[in-house]
Design a protein around this ligand. Structure first.
Ligand SMILES: [Zn+2]
Ligand SMILES: [Zn+2]
Length: 304
């Protein structure tokens, strides 16, 4: 099971009642955060979710509305006496940016590990999460994210029995680890059926529309996409500042056909995003103008 919360829906600056865009995921006691603008830690508190199990924070890019909340969050995590290492991942320059921000949060009781992307696409795993960062098109280097929870095949008792392996070792294989017994190696594939469909969430902001976005979001359970401007006549502005209109985001969703799309990262001038949705749903019916704190519990097909 995977819980997703869109902590905020604002772009550029937080407003009363609208925090900056950030996403938190919870799965098997491990939390993942994408982006951390000013006020993100308050948004987490408001939602009632916990900072302590955050194992990784991924950044799309280093504009202030996506990272300026980090020093405060790190201090709060330190105050909660966190000892476990924290992974920070983001485009090249991450350690330099975070080191500068940490001038005001120098002493933390836990180590920070950095992962900086150098390639157009990078994939890595943290706890239950398989994370893919892919470069998008903003006015600074920026990445979108695909977060997957894989689902291994069902345990096949007949297969396991035919191997003659002691039952105490079945669990090891079931968890996806190899086993050596009486000099022979056993792999999980020997006792598991075909991989089952996992869960997929895609998060992209700030960017112009790109083919790679619809490719990664194809058949996703949830596609969170920026929509800086509700008004289609703001296309020139969207192009200039490297953002998207709702309409452009809906076209991406139409191509990707996810289970649902949430729009986010609204311009501070966009007070009522919902007002634009009627036309947008004609392009992609399962589109939502997301609200702060909107969350969703995603389940594997065989858990529904
Ligand atoms: Zn932004
Ligand atoms: Zn930006």
């Amino acid at each position: 099971m995977l819980d997703i919360c869109l902590l905020g829906t604002g772009g550029m600056m937080p407003l009363p009642g609208r925090w900056l865009t950030a996403m938190m995921a919870r799965c098997n006691g491990s939390n993942l955060l994408i982006d951390c603008g000013e006020g993100t830690q308050i948004a987490i508190k408001e939602k009632g979710w916990n900072f302590k199990p955050i194992d990784v924070i991924c950044f799309t890019h280093y504009h202030a509305d996506h990272i300026s909340g980090l020093p405060g969050l790190l201090l709060t995590m330190g105050n909660a006496e966190r000892k476990e290492p924290l992974l920070l991942a983001g485009p090249k320059g991450l350690e330099r940016v975070v080191s500068a921000l940490r001038m005001i949060a120098p002493e933390l009781p836990f180590p920070i590990i950095y992962k900086e992307y150098t390639e157009k696409e990078e994939e890595f795993c943290v706890g239950p999460y398989r994370i893919k960062a892919f470069r998008v098109n903003h006015n600074v280097t920026c990445y979108g994210y695909k977060v997957c929870i894989d689902r291994i095949g069902k345990f096949d008792v007949q297969k396991a029995l035919s191997l003659g392996l002691p039952k105490q070792l079945w669990g090891v294989l079931q968890k996806g680890n190899n086993v050596t017994f009486e000099g022979k190696d056993y792999t999980p594939s020997m006792v598991l059926g075909e991989n089952r469909k996992g869960l997929k969430v895609v998060y992209t902001t700030d960017t112009r529309p790109l083919q790679v976005i619809s490719k990664e979001a194809t058949e996703a359970d949830l596609f969170i996409c920026e929509g800086m401007y509700g008004e289609s006549d703001k296309l020139a502005k969207a192009k200039e500042y490297k953002h998207m209109t709702f309409y452009e985001a809906a076209l991406l969703a139409k191509e990707a056909n996810p289970e649902r799309m949430w729009l986010t990262h609204y311009s501070p001038s966009l007070m009522y995003p919902e007002n634009y949705m009627e036309g947008i749903r004609k392009v992609f019916p399962r589109a939502w103008a997301a609200k702060d704190g909107q969350s969703l519990e995603l389940k594997f097909d065989d858990e529904k």
